[in-house]
Design a protein. Structure first.
Length: 120
């Protein structure tokens, strides 16, 4: 009985090895685990670009460099769009971009009030 179990175990191990190795040759090369579908650098991103991004995984999740690259690009484009929106909104309101209608300095009274108050 012992010999039968030993032969069965060897047959199972050999079958698994053949299934993994295929035709008995060396293992095939592993595919690259890098982000192949880079975001387009020549134009702003659109929704379909973001939907098409597939980040490669690593042993413990996603590859941090690829995720950081995508997030940095998205953050920069969002900041650029926010600045442009603020610029357009302020031009519609008649206020220059980045300007403020309030002044922190004490305003001097108009010259006509100064002269009228001194003569009384």
């Amino acid at each position: 009985m012992f010999w039968f179990m030993l032969i069965a175990l060897v047959a199972v191990v050999a079958a698994v090895a053949m299934a993994v190795l295929g035709d008995g040759g060396p293992l095939r090369d592993a595919g690259t685990d890098r982000l192949d579908d880079r975001l387009p650098a020549d134009r702003p991103l659109i929704r379909s670009d973001i939907d098409a991004v597939r980040l490669p995984t690593a042993v413990r999740g996603y590859r941090m460099l690829d995720v950081d690259e995508v997030l940095d690009r998205l953050g920069a484009e969002l900041a650029e769009r926010d600045a442009r929106i603020a610029e357009l909104e302020s031009s519609l309101a008649g206020v220059p971009a980045g300007g403020s209608t309030m002044s922190l300095h004490k305003q001097e009274p108009p010259a006509s009030e100064e002269q009228g108050g001194a003569g009384e």
